[in-house]
Design a protein around this ligand. Structure first.
Ligand code: 3ON
Ligand code: FE
Length: 498
């Protein structure tokens, strides 16, 4: 059973391409203002800031970038204070951003195909990566950090969003280290007296790869760190945790470095799908005294994001054995973009949509089974943070307006994993949606006692809105905050009681 807000659609498509494309215009301006144009009621107990990251520029001094994942990171902070709302955005003043701004032309190659001027000769053998700090933003250990998975975090002032610089987490990282853009916060770590703990990873890849796992306390102190070598190439964007494990999907891909070396393709465009291979599920114990890594195999297609995982550890070999459940968004393969046409002209209908699957790992029998649990194009999952690594009932995710096919994300979907019931809140035909961020109600009891904060793009007015949905009944929008301008489609963000 699906309940939804009915909105008219244009013909059989729920969107038109010009509308969708406008959400990928650069936003070069930096704003700082109290929002006055608000519909509905801001819940008075919604107190704090939602930080969002994403590409703010889709061009470098007028030259279009090849892919939105190459866009310079821009942080938005939407602060709620006793029903008042403040908006501020700042570019992360990375070395690359500042140098290119000064030069007025692209000076770096992008991982996803953006080139410097000068053709092959201008690009070959320039193997530097431009740390664009565009993927996620977290507040942890009293620091606001903009993350990009191939390099160090950038620290920003949490109030002004001014860039402080590269941050080494007080010595946890060294120069040149990576720090992934998908930390998970264990709400009650069993190794730390049930204190919260941030778990993140770093990938070093090549012919052989390594995964380093970091566990960091709320004050920013290193609790545990261990590195594991992994045979073969890795493109791992996200992972999941349970109380005892950190789990990675090593997608079935290989790497051909030559087009990158010779200046023909970006580093990330040289990843090759190997559809005949299986995904390796790498299960790393978080317990410092148990270092045995287990690897199980399954077909999964390509996975960027996971929703959550949880474990059922049978007290010594009771019926069925130890199990881990993992919910992930699976694509048939890593989408390969046509380098001769712009990403704005992508043919949605020819790309296989991402669907949500549940993988069940039996650690006693070393088997994996899988089941599609949401056959609706979806991306950017979100859950109640108290349920990270725990058995959970509700999952919130951006989704297409229609239940089948591939299209831009225009809706938010709530899935009840217990009953299979779905709710859809669609912004179609002229609205587009990104990652929902779950904010627990201060005195909430039920898992869905909370709000979803969603940045949407409203093509009719070429501006963005911040929509507050009631997580209990997402068909109901409590408030719509109209910004004065648009925010280009973003990637990830987080909530802080700041
Ligand atoms: O060469 C190696 C392979 C590789 C791909 C090593 C490497 C570290 C240089 C590398 C780099 C990876 C990077 C920098 C990945 C960055 C990913 C990124 C910025 C975003 C990923 C987003 C994923 C999804 C699924 C977004 C979906 C968006 C929509 C549905 C549209 O709004
Ligand atoms: Fe991501």
């Amino acid at each position: 059973k699906t309940t939804m807000v009915l909105t008219p659609t244009i013909g059989e498509k729920s969107y038109n391409r010009q509308d969708w494309q406008k959400g990928y215009q650069s936003q070069p301006n930096e704003y700082d203002y109290e929002v006055e144009d608000i519909e509905g009621q801001i819940p008075p107990d919604l107190q704090g800031t939602v930080f969002k990251n994403g590409p703010g520029l889709l061009d470098i001094a007028g030259t279009a970038i090849a892919h939105p994942f190459d866009g310079d990171g821009m942080i938005s902070a939407i602060s709620f204070n006793h029903g008042r709302v403040h908006y501020r955005n700042r570019f992360v003043k990375t070395e690359g951003y500042l140098k290119e701004k000064e030069a007025g032309k692209p000076l770096y190659r992008g991982v996803f195909g953006t080139k410097k001027p000068g053709g092959i000769f201008g690009n070959a053998f320039d193997l530097r990566l431009k740390n664009i700090a565009n993927t996620n933003v977290i507040y942890w250990g009293d620091k606001l950090l903009a993350l990009w998975e191939a390099a160090e975090p950038h620290r920003l002032d949490s109030k002004t969003l001014d860039t402080i610089g590269l941050d080494y987490l007080d010595g946890i990282l060294e120069k040149g280290d990576a720090f992934a853009a998908h930390p998970r916060i264990d709400p009650a770590c069993i190794f730390d007296n049930h204190q919260p703990c941030l778990v993140n990873f770093a990938i070093k890849t090549g012919l052989s790869s390594s995964i380093t796992l970091y566990e960091i306390s709320p004050t920013g102190k290193l609790l545990r760190r261990h590195t594991h070598s992994i045979p073969g190439f890795c493109f791992i964007h996200d992972f999941v945790i349970t109380p005892h494990y950190a789990i990675f999907f090593q997608n079935p891909v290989g790497y051909n470095p030559f087009p990158f070396l010779f200046g023909l393709k970006g580093a990330g465009e040289c990843v090759i799908n190997q559809p005949d291979k299986l995904t390796k599920i790498i299960i790393i114990p978080r317990d410092p005294n148990k270092r045995e890594v287990k690897v199980l195999e399954t077909p999964s297609g390509f996975v960027f994001h996971h929703s959550n995982a949880f474990e059922q550890l049978a007290p010594s070999y009771v019926e069925g054995g130890e199990k881990i459940y993992i919910d992930s968004i699976c694509y048939q393969s890593l989408p390969q973009l046509d380098s001769n046409s712009s990403f704005q002209s992508v043919d949605f209908d020819s790309l296989a949509p991402g669907h949500l699957w549940r993988f069940t790992l039996n650690l006693s029998e070393n088997t994996v089974t899988r089941e599609c649990i949401l056959e609706h194009c979806c991306e950017f999952p979100s859950i109640n943070p108290a349920k990270v690594g725990r058995d959970y009932r509700y999952l919130y995710i951006a989704a297409t307006h229609h239940a089948t096919g591939n299209a831009p994300l225009q809706a938010i979907l709530k899935l009840d994993l217990l009953t299979g019931e779905k709710q859809l809140h669609s912004f179609a035909p002229r609205g587009f949606a990104g990652e929902p961020i779950f904010v627990p109600k201060p005195d909430g009891i039920a898992e869905d006692d909370g709000w979803l904060l969603v940045v949407t793009y409203d093509a009719a007015n070429h501006r963005s809105n911040v929509v507050i949905l009631d997580a209990k009944d997402i068909t109901n929008s409590l408030g719509v905050i109209h910004l004065k301008h648009h925010i280009p489609y973003g990637l990830h963000g987080s909530w802080a009681r700041q």
